[in-house]
Ligand binder design. Structure first.
Ligand code: ASN
Ligand code: ZN
Length: 332
């Protein structure tokens, strides 16, 4: 995380962070000039329009508490910044479309709104404030998930239903995890959980688990014929599971203090290749092999083609990718 200007964000989820901002006369605003002029707006409970660009007399944003209306803006701006940095510095992609142009974020959408979403039409992502829990949906992983929907739209454009919809959702969860690890924020360390900070269930449980997706009570661990008819946030499960297995391997493991236990459908072990290689393979498959109707079999073929190009047909990476697909019941 590199400060481009000199703003300070006091976030709810990520502690005190540097934010890119812009000075305009005697006031400052949340326009991140180092990241394609990504802008962060306050909808102030509206459900349409652009809202108001966060601006003020000092370059300090929020106070760490949700009652301060700037705090959600600071979290959203930070989440967009670390996601920008991940795609730029790790995957070599400058912005969502690869053209160096920043998107925008809108916070404080509606009343008690418990969701966040990406829209191609405004090239923007939008965040609700949550309901009674006073937990806006502005954590790093949620921001990265939504921004990655923009990347998917600009690349493979996976149709948001059926198996391709599950792969679209999984792509957002995979890069949410990759971004959260890459951000290395001590207040929000990387994990293979989605939404662990925002408590939208009210039980303290995360929204999704990548090591064993069925732990959420709805997601699927393994591919099966007909998985394309379940909600895309559940048919994503096997691909999330594939990413965990390729990154960390099967069985038990503790990463950043979180315990995982990842099963395989065939009972055979998967040997890890590490998160960076797994994410690179998924990114290259998304951007050079997948198309709008790619299904699970196509995702297997695309990732194997990429792994073969990168590491060679007889490499341990190709073996691990193959084994991880077999482990979620996607075979040759
Ligand atoms: N937060 C949800 C998502 O990004 C919104 C939706 O259902 N599209 O998946
Ligand atoms: Zn999504």
């Amino acid at each position: 995380w590199q400060a481009v200007h000199n703003g300070t964000g006091n976030t709810q989820y990520s502690g005190q962070v540097a934010l890119g901002s812009t000075q305009s006369g005697s006031s400052y605003n949340l326009t991140d000039s180092g990241r394609g002029n990504h802008r962060t707006y306050n909808l102030n409970r509206a459900t349409s329009g652009t809202g108001t660009l966060f601006s003020g007399p000092d370059d300090v944003w929020g106070n760490g508490l949700p009652a301060n209306s700037e705090t959600a803006g600071a979290d959203a701006a930070y989440g967009a910044g670390v996601t920008w940095d991940y795609f730029k510095n790790v995957q070599g992609r400058s912005g969502i479309r690869g053209d160096g142009v920043g998107a925008s974020s809108r916070v404080h959408y509606g009343n008690n709104y418990v969701n966040a979403f990406w829209q191609d039409s405004c090239f923007c992502m939008t965040y609700g404030d949550g309901a009674a829990n006073a937990k806006p949906l502005t954590s790093i992983d949620v921001a990265a998930h939504e921004m990655t929907h923009g990347v998917t739209s600009a690349t493979a454009n996976l149709v948001y239903s059926g198996e391709s919809g599950g792969l679209n959702e999984a792509t957002s969860d995979i890069f949410a995890a990759a971004v959260e690890f890459h951000a290395s924020n001590p207040q929000d360390v990387g994990d293979y959980l989605v939404g662990e900070k925002i408590d939208i269930r009210g039980t303290g449980a995360p929204l999704r688990y990548m090591d064993e997706p069925s732990k959420d009570g709805a997601s699927k661990d393994y591919w099966y014929a007909g998985i394309g008819s379940v909600d895309v946030h559940y048919s994503s499960g096997p691909a999330n599971h594939w990413f965990y297995l390729a990154s960390e391997g099967s069985g038990t493991k503790t990463v950043n203090g979180v315990n995982y236990n990842s099963p395989t459908s065939d009972g055979l072990p998967v040997t890890a290749i590490g998160r960076d290689k797994a994410a690179l393979i998924w990114y290259k498959a998304l951007t050079t092999k997948f198309n709008s109707t790619t299904n699970y079999a196509g995702a297997r073929a695309g990732t194997l083609a990429v792994a073969t190009e990168l590491y060679g047909a007889t490499s341990p990476e190709v073996k691990a990718v193959t084994d991880a697909w077999a482990a979620i019941n996607v075979g040759a």
